[in-house]
Design a protein around this ligand. Structure first.
Ligand code: HEM
Length: 179
């Protein structure tokens, strides 16, 4: 059996401290092996990989287990990394999402994927400028994950109404004696 990427039957139903640590280790092994991301992390983390893995385990545990142990500043941590381009974020997300997907059942996977995409968005905006257009795939994926997390419930919308009748028309735009 492949212990790195469990098959569908072996996917975790819920995050636990042990499987969060295993997720972090697997993900950063893939990052380290990746020709695009590997060199960036190697430069930034020379001799500090163990510390980084411990920080990231605490970070994800705080998010998905509510352990509240993480005391860092994600934006500040990325500020010194200046050799990052949009394609690096795309690769980071692709590796992270596929690692999560292979290890957790969908309901648990969403708990990692949604914050990862949100944080990736804010990191991209601060790196590339506030008018940077977040790639459409990322926006769509985030919207789909949000729908999945809320049980597929549609976004709040106006009350049911006949198709041809724009909602406000019934209530505004008519004088009191027409009503
Ligand atoms: C191109 C994409 C990314 C690159 C190259 C990158 C790189 C790095 C590096 C090198 C560090 C270590 C900083 C240091 O200790 O000196 C770090 C820390 C961190 N990264 Fe990223 N990162 C990326 C995207 C993300 C995303 C999308 C998330 C969202 C979850 C994230 C979350 C974190 C966190 C929580 C830390 C620890 C911050 C701390 O020290 O408190 N990173 N990242």
């Amino acid at each position: 059996m492949n212990h790195e990427l469990p098959d569908a039957a072996a996917r975790e139903r819920e995050p636990t401290e042990a499987n969060v640590r295993a997720l972090v280790e697997t993900f950063y092994r893939r990052v380290d092996d990746d020709p695009l991301l590997g060199p960036i992390f190697a430069r930034a983390l020379a001799g500090r990989w163990d510390e980084h893995l411990a920080t990231m385990t605490t970070f994800w545990s705080s998010l998905v287990l509510g352990s509240k142990q993480y005391r860092g500043n994600v934006q500040e941590a990325h500020r010194p990394i200046d050799d990052v381009e949009p394609r690096h974020f795309a690769r980071w997300l692709s590796l992270f999402l596929s690692t999560v997907e292979s290890r957790y059942e969908p309901a648990a996977a969403v708990q990692f994927m949604e914050p990862a995409l949100r944080i990736a968005q804010s990191l991209q905006l601060s790196k590339f400028g506030w008018d940077y257009q977040i790639p459409v795939e990322q926006q769509e994926l985030l919207a789909a994950l949000k729908r999945q997390r809320t049980g597929g419930a549609p976004e709040p919308r106006f009350p049911e109404r006949p198709d041809a009748e724009p909602f406000p028309a019934k209530f505004i735009g008519k004088s009191a004696d027409e009503q």
